[in-house]
Ligand binder design. Structure first.
Ligand SMILES: Nc1nc2c(c(=O)[nH]1)N[C@H]1C(S)=C(S)[C@@H](COP(=O)(O)O)O[C@H]1N2
Ligand SMILES: [Mo]
Length: 415
């Protein structure tokens, strides 16, 4: 065990730390009792189940609202957030993918659902789910993040909350489906087309205009989510996936794509999703989500029990490309140590980062800062609000600060 420090307040040099192996001292010494045969080994276990469920001891690992008092699970508009602080790796299990629905989840019969491609095309086309299943598919791992995620960081005073409550409108899955370009090539795009209107079959009639260039680049009609059919709450039987663009544009329950010359100025892209700036200015059509990192372990709700070694870990992502590096600070941004990125590091996907830390029992302020492969560096909250003001409800990618008290309690603060 080496304790060579890479930055202030106990951040360790991860290369030396990993090479050294043992010495975490989290375990206790084994005795004869340690190998007593437990009750569950003495008789046959439960029967097989047609569809697997998590352990009953993991019942707290569930989707949840922004704040405890918010009503949940009613029909109509709402959102439930992914429990980031209880998850590991880069993939969100389907039952825990966050959900944001503007007017409930439609009960779509896949036999009756149709996808129509029309507008500025040579041949308007209609597809059943069966038709679509004959086209060549691709699989790619991408995050979806609501533009309203982390919006609490615009508040004047730090909102108390867990990583889930503050940042849980983010999930990442392996999506399988058909590149939209394949279907548009078949329909024959008119040279005058510049935009594509995407509309959902839900009661909200969610519709967004997406630049044709983005659609042709990497948009997908997603039919599968982590290997099984897209879940009803995430767009069954098909959703549009526009990797890296604000969550709202990933239209669920997709029923049509209309090619147009201009954006359609739908209710969902005018009354909402514009950024109110300083001096009465408004930024419309900010599509890609900028790089962000969030420490999930430790985070509010965790209680450090004793001083010593801990692994700080979290998630980072960018709508512009790959995560190039993540730096972590334990002294509120005065000094930084580069975290290890757990591969694979993929464009527009969640990347897990880790860094070893020696907590001395003193107060500490943990921060993580993402840099993506365009060279963009995640800003502090002071810089973000200095540039943008705090009237914008969306696209808050400021650095989050978790305060560790001498008692080991973790709390959201502004540093
Ligand atoms: N048809 C339709 N598509 C929709 C929505 C909706 O309400 N209706 N919500 C949007 C919003 S605001 C977000 S953030 C993402 C959320 O995707 P998810 O629920 O699969 O996590 O879906 C988008 N697509
Ligand atoms: Mo959203």
């Amino acid at each position: 065990m080496t304790d060579e420090y890479a930055a202030g307040n106990g951040l360790l040099n991860r290369r030396l730390f990993l090479a050294s192996g043992a010495g975490i001292l989290a375990a206790t010494s084994a005795s004869a009792e340690s190998l007593t045969v437990p009750e569950w080994t003495k008789h046959p276990g439960a029967w097989l189940a047609p569809y697997g469920q998590p352990s009953k001891f993991e019942a707290n690992v569930s989707r949840g609202p922004l704040a405890e008092h918010n009503a949940l699970y009613e029909s109509g508009p709402g959102s439930v957030r992914s429990p980031l602080q209880f998850l590991e790796g880069m993939i969100t299990p389907n039952g825990l993918h966050f959900e944001r629905s503007h007017n409930g989840v439609p009960d779509i019969d896949p036999e009756q659902h149709r996808l129509v491609i029309h507008g500025l095309v040579k041949r308007p086309l209609v597809f059943t789910l069966n038709d679509l299943s004959r086209y060549p598919m691709t699989s790619r791992i991408h995050f979806v993040e609501c533009a309203g995620n982390s919006g609490a960081l615009y508040n004047k005073t730090p909102t108390a909350g867990t990583a889930q409550q503050l940042h849980g409108l983010l999930s990442c899955a392996e999506w399988t489906g058909i590149p939209v370009s394949t279907l548009l090539d078949e329909a024959g795009v008119d040279p005058s087309a510049q935009w594509v209107l995407a509309e959902g079959a839900d009661a909200a009639g969610m519709s967004r205009s997406v630049p044709l260039a983005k659609i042709m680049d990497d948009a997908m009609i997603a039919l599968y989510q982590n290997g099984e059919r897209v879940r009803p709450s995430n767009g069954y039987p098909m959703r549009l996936l526009v990797p890296g663009f604000q969550g709202n544009m990933n239209v669920k329950w997709l029923r049509r794509l209309k090619l147009t010359t201009t954006p359609m100025m739908t209710k969902d892209e005018t009354s909402k999703y514009s950024l109110l700036l300083n001096e009465g200015k408004v930024a419309q059509f900010k599509f890609p989500l900028d790089a962000k990192a969030v420490i999930t372990k430790p985070s509010p709700g965790f209680q450090l029990k004793a001083q010593g070694f801990y692994e700080i870990s979290g998630v980072a992502w960018s709508g512009h490309g790959k995560i190039a590096r993540v730096d972590v600070s334990a002294d509120g941004g005065k000094s930084w140590a580069e975290a290890a990125l757990s591969g694979p590091v993929l464009p527009k996907a969640v990347t897990r980062f880790r860094v070893p830390w020696h907590w001395t029992g003193q107060e500490a302020v943990l921060q993580a800062r993402a840099t993506d492969d365009t060279g963009y560096v995640q800003p502090t909250r002071t810089v973000l609000i200095g540039n943008r003001g705090n009237r914008a409800a969306y696209h808050n990618n400021a650095i989050t600060s978790w305060n560790i008290a001498t008692t080991g309690e973790v709390k959201h603060v502004y540093a």
